[in-house]
Ligand binder design. Structure first.
Ligand code: PHE
Length: 364
């Protein structure tokens, strides 16, 4: 057996595992970050640590000494590993809570002046409010609400309503014609009465008679605007088709509506009139609410304001849509929603409804 060289010579210096342990303990306790504990771990229990060195020397020892030292090294390593583990956990926990504290947002924090004043809230235009409350009155009386198109063919706006081409009554309606199809075949509806035709045609096609409906919507007339006329205005049409309907049903409906909508102080009257699609026909007027019947600029000094027209459905209209006029009778009415708003709120000039002046609109 050759003598072992210097470097390989077993180092018989006693290993003081207690002092290794306490040195490691101090180093571990002194680690202030995950990175530091990693370095400390390498130096106290890594491959180049005194502990690893001591283990490597075990092989050269006598069995008894090897066993004793081996146990001491094992105990020291277990203790050191435990301490490392614990310190690492503590540091990780600290690190996590530091990160969370840094990331926390204070939702109650605000920079004074940085929050704009809440946006002002709008509301429905007076005309829309009026349409809704008129609809409510009629729905309360058992009518259903329906709508129709604003662009109509000549047939729906005139023909089916007993106004064949060149009928003189067409001049009652100053018509906007659309540049669509043959000349004068398509119009912006001049009243809501064409919706009657749509409803009756549908009812005939689907067996949907009787009809009790109101039809609010926009209508157009090519005319000069003044205190009580707009070129783009709104009407609400009413149509009842049933068995045994008389003019008394029409008059009663108008009366109940007037009191429900305007209150008991406002009177209404029916005056004989002419419409091609109703016979007999009447004009429906209410006391002028601006002057209370005294006479003023708004009512042209008459004390009355015309709201619309009405009458018993002309048999020629029933013919046009294929309803048997011997079996069914009906009444129809149509009046201005803008006019109602004007009378209900005493608006001297109806044009205020279209000027979009907030000082006016905010009042309603
Ligand atoms: N459509 C008519 C108009 O606008 C009003 C009306 C409707 C008259 C229904 C009678 C029956 O003037």
């Amino acid at each position: 057996m050759t003598a072992p060289s210097d470097t390989e010579a077993p180092d018989n210096d006693p290993v003081d595992t207690d002092s290794l342990l306490s040195t490691a303990q101090a180093a571990i306790a002194g680690a202030r970050s995950i990175e530091e504990i990693r370095q400390v771990a390498a130096s106290v229990s890594g491959k180049r640590s005194p502990l690893a060195e001591a283990s490597r020397r075990l092989g050269a020892l006598e069995p008894a000494a090897r066993k004793a030292l081996g146990q001491q090294i094992h105990q020291a390593r277990t203790a050191i590993d435990g301490l490392l583990e614990q310190r690492r956990n503590d540091l990780e926990r600290e690190e996590r809570s530091r990160q969370m504290a840094e990331a926390r947002m204070d939702l109650t924090e605000f920079i004074p002046g940085s929050i704009p004043a809440p946006a002002a809230r709008g509301h429905l235009h007076l005309v829309s409010q009026t349409r809704d409350s008129l609809e409510d009155v009629f729905v309360g009386m058992g009518f259903e609400a329906a709508e129709g198109p604003e662009i109509e063919t000549d047939w729906f706006n005139f023909g089916a309503l007993n106004m064949p081409p060149a009928h003189p009554a067409r001049s009652m309606f100053d018509t906007f014609y659309l540049n669509l199809g043959p000349p004068e075949s398509t119009v912006l509806r001049t009243h809501t009465s064409p919706v009657q035709i749509h409803l009756m045609e549908e009812a005939v096609a689907s067996g949907g008679l009787p009809i009790h409906a109101v039809m609010p919507g926009r209508a157009y007339r090519h005319e000069t605007e003044d205190a009580r006329h707009l070129a783009v205005f709104h009407q609400i049409e009413g149509l009842v088709v049933d068995k045994g309907i008389t003019f008394a049903d029409l008059a009663g409906t108008i009366q109940v509506f007037t009191t429900a909508y305007f209150g008991p102080d406002i009177h209404s009257r029916l005056r004989p009139a002419y419409f091609p699609f109703t016979e007999p026909s009447a004009e429906f007027e209410v006391t002028c609410t601006i002057c209370h019947g005294e006479g003023c600029r708004t009512c042209s000094q008459t004390g009355w304001i015309e709201l619309g027209g009405c009458g018993m459905v002309d048999p020629a209209v029933f013919d046009a849509v294929g309803i048997d006029a011997d079996e069914w009778t009906g009444f129809a009415f149509g009046f201005g929603i803008d006019r109602c708003a004007q009378m209900r709120h005493q608006i001297a000039d109806m044009r205020a409804l279209t000027e979009n002046d907030l000082r006016f609109l905010r009042q309603f």
